[in-house]
Design a protein around this ligand. Sequence first.
Ligand code: NAD
Length: 268
Amino acid sequence: MSDRSLRGQRALVTGASSGIGEAIARAFADAGASVLVNYRSGRDDAERIVREIREKGGRGVPVHADVSKPEGCRRLFDAVQQELGGIDIVVANAGIQRDAAFTDLTLEDWRQVIDVNLTGQFLCAQEAVRCFRRQGLDTARSRALGKIVFTSSVHQAIPWAGHSNYASAKGGLKLLMETMAQELASEKIRVNAIAPGAIKTAINREAWESEAGRKRLLELIPYGRIGEPEDVAKVAVWLASDDSDYVVGTTMFVDGGMTLYPAFREGG
Ligand code: NAD
């Protein structure tokens, strides 16, 4: 992969004020892209990230929007037009958890998770495709008309007790991604996903903060370490670049082997 593989490209990363989205925004800027850093509540964090991107000679712009609302996504893409003059890469990454045992799960918590993790990604992707079409292909920038990368989860494949809303959203996202990829590939729009395993961020702090939690988590990870946001960001750079031009409709699992049925390591 070339060092500045996203040179001259314009990118939007949703939920980029922390965790995986933050690492992707930073890695995109390092790879030469101009980056819109979307945040919902972490304004100070988004401004700090953008400041640090600029200090390294990169281009970043913080933009507030709630991606679960159609007007939020429209505002995001208005900002794309105003600030970057167009868009080449969209990483639909924002996500939340609201966990509860199945019969205790409230309709409100079901809806919130579906609204952000599935509908939010759908709304952003829809705006993105409309933008790509309006712009047209510019092979000086990229071989593709546009690239969309969804942040999914290993829980698009692994059922997860106590998280039925989250697993349903990620399972839905898998087929949204594949259906979009199939429908849009002939227009040279590449749609893919990354499915992280256990990555050290705010969303799962209670799972890795304590010694006992870390030990339990490591039992699920054959590779023997908890992931870092940068592990995911490196894959996102590749998926967004022309280096992966023939990769369409794929989910890249970045999970240290979590999806390999680790309980069967001893032979079952
Ligand atoms: P995080 O809590 O650090 O980041 C989530 C980001 O999404 C935050 O910046 C938050 O402000 C933003 N966000 C939430 N609701 C939003 C909304 N309505 N509009 C705009 N932004 C919103 O956690 P993370 O681990 O970095 O999560 C990023 C993505 O990675 C999520 O989709 C999550 O499901 C996925 N994921 C994380 C892990 C993990 O182990 N950390 C594993 C698999 C998948």
